[in-house]
Design a protein around this ligand. Structure first.
Ligand SMILES: [Zn+2]
Length: 151
């Protein structure tokens, strides 16, 4: 999914979280955690919006794994939970971050290439509603945004 459509999907998720969950975090911090989490998976692509800003990370990640590999799997959740399990006071913030991260993976799930959730196994998980960058993509993203506002 393209960057701008990821932002729309993330906004839909953020609206849903703000409306239906009590995170005991300042609103600005909750939103920062969700949006940063939603951008991070594409750090494995040097041409992505976040990858261009952090080339020192995206170039090695891309070289080692390629795009839509380990960063688009369940591994980041396992690693983040393991690392931060030693600091329980950060769990609320980490949960918000992981909701954003998951929103990115869910948005990529609807594209034709899917995501390798169980990396290193290469079987891709997805529902193939559209191809990345197609005209259907913003319709899906704004549809989700509309649903989040209505419900
Ligand atoms: Zn992605």
């Amino acid at each position: 999914m393209m960057f701008r459509n990821h932002l729309v999907v993330t906004t839909a998720v953020a609206i849903t979280v703000v409306k239906h969950a009590d995170f005991a975090l300042p609103l600005w911090l909750l939103l920062v955690a969700i949006y940063v989490g939603s951008l991070l998976p594409d750090l494995d692509h040097p041409s992505s919006t976040i990858g261009r800003r952090f080339l020192f990370i995206s170039l090695p990640l891309s070289g080692l794994f390629g795009h839509r590999q380990i960063t688009h799997s369940l591994w980041p959740f396992v690693i983040i939970l393991w690392v931060f399990s030693y600091e329980p006071s950060t769990m609320t913030l980490i949960l918000a971050f992981m909701i954003g991260y998951a929103s990115h993976l869910l948005a990529d799930l609807v594209s034709d290439s899917g995501v390798p959730l169980f990396w290193p196994f290469q079987r891709r998980v997805g529902i193939k509603l559209c191809s990345s960058g197609s005209v259907i993509e913003p319709i899906i993203a704004f549809g989700l945004l509309g649903l989040s506002i209505i419900y």
